[in-house]
Design a protein. Structure first.
Length: 186
């Protein structure tokens, strides 16, 4: 109870090792929150390793999932390289591929080209969950506001793939810290 009362340790994982672990667990009667396992002495090393593995697995953050909707192989390659291995990128070269990807997966962020071989990338905006962030990266000059889901509009003649990759990293970092997104326009 003292561990949970401390603001610094309130979410710390606990493994109880005791000669009377079963008795202590019964005494607390469900009031012990956040205990990963109760281990009786002598400690079973396999059970201890399993408890530690459970803690480690719960602490690993999954990679942010990005959908890059773009029909130009060169732009896809440069963007992928610029974003690096810290993200999971799905590429869609057509509107249809993008719609299928959105139907199957939840993405943290979408980098969206407008001019696709089979339609406008803007048609995807209505199908996206409200919390999906969008960066429009297109050759088309856009001045109008495209909706609350679009955080940035970047024109390919004025911004490079590396500029977009930097913006993506900043947006993902701010979302991890619960900071409101910035609306950028280039």
């Amino acid at each position: 109870h003292d561990i949970r009362a401390s603001p610094v340790n309130s979410d710390i994982a606990v493994i109880v090792i005791s000669a009377v672990a079963d008795e202590a667990r019964r005494t607390l009667n469900g009031t012990a929150v956040g205990i990963v396992d109760w281990l009786e002495k002598p400690v079973d090393s396999e059970r201890l390793h399993a408890a530690l593995a459970k803690i480690v697995a719960s602490r690993i953050e999954p990679k942010p999932k990005i959908l890059h909707v773009e029909d130009d192989e060169g732009v896809l390659a440069v963007m992928s390289e610029g974003l690096g291995s810290g993200v999971s990128i799905t590429s869609a070269k057509t509107l249809k591929e993008a719609q299928q990807a959105i139907a199957l997966h939840r993405f943290d962020l979408i980098i969206l080209d407008i001019a696709l071989p089979d339609g406008s990338g803007l048609d995807l905006l209505a199908d996206l969950p409200l919390d999906t962030r969008v960066i429009v990266f297109s050759a088309a000059e856009l001045d109008q506001k495209l909706g609350d889901g679009v955080q940035a509009i970047m024109t390919k003649t004025k911004a490079s793939e590396i500029d977009v990759a930097k913006l993506v990293r900043n947006m993902l970092a701010s979302s991890r810290h619960d900071v409101a997104p910035t609306h950028a326009k280039e």
